[in-house]
Design a binder for this molecule. Structure first.
Ligand code: FPP
Ligand code: MG
Length: 333
């Protein structure tokens, strides 16, 4: 029942990604009917499949071989964990829109969204166990903890004065919340491929740099994208009390600090006072314009470019072919 259009970039992985989607959509639904509806809905609104594509592409770049059943399962496990985090994240963020569609929580309620996420985690655990490799179990157990810690670290940073948010704290949060899953999948592919230590390290370096750049880019889109293209609201981080990369990078310039402190605090106050939406929107748009004019956007673009370059350097170690081409193209997407 694959109803998914594979992104043009991933066409060379068409067979592998279709096998992954078939595996996901072939999971036996839960007996509880509402949960079955919710998880089926969630599995029918898959996104671009960046993580499964990376599992398959990295496997090909390390081994030069097509993916086998184990790699398909690993790709499915990674996507199930990602989906579970999104189901839970949309409850935490009270989000109504994802990938241009209603969120599970909006459609089925918060309880079902939480339980649906839990159910997906259980399926991921079972599939992982079926691979019979304790090292992989350990990697995925670690990443679940990191994802939770990342979310809690983010929570601790929310609505804090900018002077209290160190770049280190922001990057630690970003690693745990986003890059950790890419590092986990990269390490796991290397283990399945029985790769040597250097290859393992290059896979980790790629996953880490790709994941960090991915989140910096996500931060940037909040101030540069259009809500329809993004499939979710823009200016959402700041409305949720989160100062992300464009703000924090610009804040490192002393001459910008007073302005930014004032602009960000104004928004936080308006949100916390539950001011009319138009007033919040106006303050967010003013901040967005200032980030463009004062250089926060350019600083973030430069950081994304240098982090992607780190990922590109790690790739020089791998075998040429479709897998490597896709990993390289993903960095430019
Ligand atoms: C999206 O963030 C959320 C994540 C990348 C991770 C969320 C992690 C949790 C909710 C905790 C762990 C949960 C499990 C199931 C292990 P975002 O809100 O910045 O992005 P968005 O704009 O796409 O919502
Ligand atoms: Mg969210």
């Amino acid at each position: 029942m694959t109803a998914l259009k594979i992104a043009p970039l991933f066409q060379p992985l068409d067979a592998e990604l279709n096998a992954t989607v078939d595996f996901l959509q072939g999971l036996l639904p839960p007996e509880a009917l509402t949960l079955a509806d919710a998880t089926t809905y969630s599995l029918s609104t898959l996104g671009k499949l960046v993580r499964p594509a990376m599992v398959h592409a990295l496997w090909q770049a390390i081994t030069g071989k097509p993916s086998d059943d184990r790699v398909v399962k690993l790709a499915a496990v990674t996507e199930m964990i990602h989906l579970a985090t999104l189901l839970h994240d949309d409850v935490l963020d009270e989000a109504d829109l994802r990938r241009g569609k209603s969120t599970v929580r909006q459609r089925f309620g918060n309880r079902i969204a939480i339980l649906g996420g839990d159910w997906l985690l259980a399926q991921a655990s079972q599939t992982l166990a079926s691979l019979g490799n304790l090292q992989l179990v350990s990697f995925y157990a670690q990443v679940l903890a990191e994802l939770c810690e990342g979310e809690v670290l983010q929570n601790a940073l929310a609505y804090q004065p900018l002077a209290e948010i160190s770049w280190d704290a922001y990057t630690q949060k970003t690693y745990k919340k986003t890059a950790s899953l890419y590092v986990c999948l990269a390490k796991s592919v290397a283990v399945l491929a029985e790769a040597d230590d250097l290859t393992m390290q290059k896979a980790i370096d790629f996953g880490n740099a790709f994941g960090m750049a991915f989140q910096f880019h996500d931060d940037l889109l909040d101030y540069t994208a259009d809500a329809t293209d993004l499939g979710k609201p823009i200016l959402d981080d700041i409305r949720n009390g989160l100062a992300n990369a464009p703000i924090l990078l610009l804040f490192q310039e002393e001459s910008q600090q007073a302005f930014l402190e004032e602009a960000v605090q104004t928004i936080f106050n308006l949100v916390q006072e539950q001011a009319p939406l138009e007033a919040i929107d106006q303050a967010c748009v003013a901040l967005k314009e200032a980030l463009h004019q004062r250089g926060g956007i350019a600083l973030t673009q430069a950081l994304i470019a240098s982090t992607r370059q780190d990922a590109q350097s790690a790739l020089t170690h791998f075998k040429t072919g479709h897998g490597l081409n896709i990993l390289g193209a993903l960095l430019k997407a």
